[in-house]
Design a binder for this molecule. Sequence first.
Ligand SMILES: NC(=O)c1ccc[n+]([C@@H]2O[C@H](COP(=O)([O-])OP(=O)(O)OC[C@H]3O[C@@H](n4cnc5c(N)ncnc54)[C@H](O)[C@@H]3O)[C@@H](O)[C@H]2O)c1
Length: 349
Amino acid sequence: MKILVTGNLGYVGPVVVEWFHTHKPESVIVGYDLGFYKNCITMDLQKNDKFLPDVQIFEDIRNIEKKFLEGFDAVIHLAAVSNDPMGKIFHDATFEINYKGTVRLAKLAKEAGVKSFVFASSCSVYGFSGTEARTETSEVMPLTTYAESKILSEEFLRTLADENFIVTALRFSTAAGMSCRLRLDLVLNDFVYAAITNGVVKILSDGTPWRPLINVKDMARAIEWATEREHSNGGAFVAVNIGSNDSNYQVINLANAVAQLIPGTRIDINKNAAPDKRSYKVNFDLFKKLAPNHQNQVSLEETIFELKHGIENLGLRNMQKVASDLIRLNVLQNLLSTNKIDSGLHWRH
Ligand SMILES: NC(=O)c1ccc[n+]([C@@H]2O[C@H](COP(=O)([O-])OP(=O)(O)OC[C@H]3O[C@@H](n4cnc5c(N)ncnc54)[C@H](O)[C@@H]3O)[C@@H](O)[C@H]2O)c1
């Protein structure tokens, strides 16, 4: 199988590449990324080449051509401006890349004869759910540009899918866990890093918001399922929540779990914080029904230990320097202020 992975130089991408090299060694993987975080790495990739695709292309998905897509069996589309704070500051670029870029890529992939299109969507499309877990048929409530870009893309993909172009929109839980391109702007990753370096986990909200959580390896496991999904299993288009029913946590529970596993950690709750509007509990029954052999395997405890081990291996001396490279908004703002990119997130050459 020849597979294109867009956004492979992000947090999730390398874990997906490694997954396919390990579990589907016959696959040929082509990575396609414009490289915003090219140098934000936490290990020597020459010594860890399992994270590298067979071919790497440095390009912008906004410019992708049909000719390039010919010959691929599947596209795993991860490239995006990938969180709420970046979506707020780079509003137009988020819409251009996440929505218009997806439309262009998917249309051309279909014309080029690609059979399977996997779209990285997000449970954040539910926005606020109260205490009732949201299913795929629940009303969505995108509260941010990022979430809006994901739901608009899904709506378009639904119209494009047919028996010869199978589309799976994976509404991922919040990711956590180790990657050779670790991110510290994700709730659990941030908590473990803070516990190790400062001994204090700071909760910016009152701790009550709900978030479903998933280990990055389990994301890759779900992606494998989606690339192979047949029309008879869910239809030409399906949007499916990716996670498990026992992995819906309140933020305070995550902090408590970190404090329990990393002794000496203190939790600092911001009692004056305005209520976080984004709080969603999610139901994952459909994923269980469609993909019984690709369910989550990595527990919260294992994820915390994996992060602890990975972060400790960075070496305390380098941590501060490394950390600033691991917050995506910092990296983009740094590229902008040094004139390397423009506000539309294009490289200035
Ligand atoms: N990490 C999570 O918690 C999470 C949860 C739900 C969904 N997702 C989705 O999964 C996908 C991967 O997430 P991630 O955490 O690895 O994101 P990331 O920001 O770490 O990586 C995204 C990659 O896309 C690349 N990219 C951005 N714009 C591009 C463009 N125009 N052309 C080519 N490449 C471009 C970036 O350079 C980056 O390497 C994203 O679509 C994200 O929205 C992530």
